[in-house]
Design a protein around this ligand. Sequence first.
Ligand code: SIN
Ligand code: FE
Length: 308
Amino acid sequence: MDPLENIDGDRFDTVFPVPVMDRAVRALEGGKVLFFPRLAFALRADERAFLDPRCSDGRAKNVSYDPSSGALKGTGLVGGERDRLQAMVARFAQSARALVATLLPTYERQLRMGRTSYRPVEVQARPSSYRKDDSRLHVDAFPSRPNQGERILRVFSNVNPDGRGRIWRLGEPFEVCAQRFLPTLRRPFPGQRWLLRATGLTAGYRSDYDHYMLALHDAMKGDDYYQRHCRQCEVSFPAATTWMVFTDQVSHAAMAGQYLFEQTFHVPVQCLQSVPSAPLAVLERLLGRALAARSSQEALQKRSIRAS
Ligand code: SIN
Ligand code: FE
């Protein structure tokens, strides 16, 4: 199977024909990466100064922006420069939102916008512990942000000015990864959720779904043999292109590249055209039990309706 599904269009607010929208949803939920070979996030002349790793504060690997509060983190820039950097990242957030709204209208009503990031630092140069090392194949799951099964949809644009691609590896389908690692993962122990929330280690309720996703993320990254020998392919996303993927489902690793934008969206499972392909449904099927309370799913859904 070709891991990429090409979608034509050279504007973030392109009006897509209905058959293209259907093809996009099917491919995305089926575990493909939607690739937009002609869709560039073009920097304005005054934004080109930000093609510089010094935009980052040197501690955080990414400049991060919260579209709901307007807060910008991870940069050492101050004053007018900081305002202009913020405006550039906000402009990417709006572009990514427009793309999702026009291509995936069935998600649009209930999705919640997550963080935006700008990654001006070379991938290979990042020092990390293995859990933080995104050059190891993984599915996305974040210790401090439990999501009870809600999907993680990400839009990326490579803005490298020297024509360098963003090199990724793509691994096995989610169900194959899950089947391989589930027997090795420890079960959540009673009281863990309460403890995590009481100690402020998680921003919300860590469901059994979150426990297993995080354990899967760590087990994949921690297995050197698996990293080298599992079925995988390398993909280069050229400069001046855009791609979109459910990173909680698609096993991925970033191997090289510099200057990337990324926008995260949270999509409630109920919005999907094919619920059985969602990691929550796959894990529940394999383990034979519910992993997230319906009430927490509904609470997340209410939050996303309020935010839209
Ligand atoms: C990741 O999502 O794991 C990293 C993607 C990238 O920075 O290219
Ligand atoms: Fe990732």
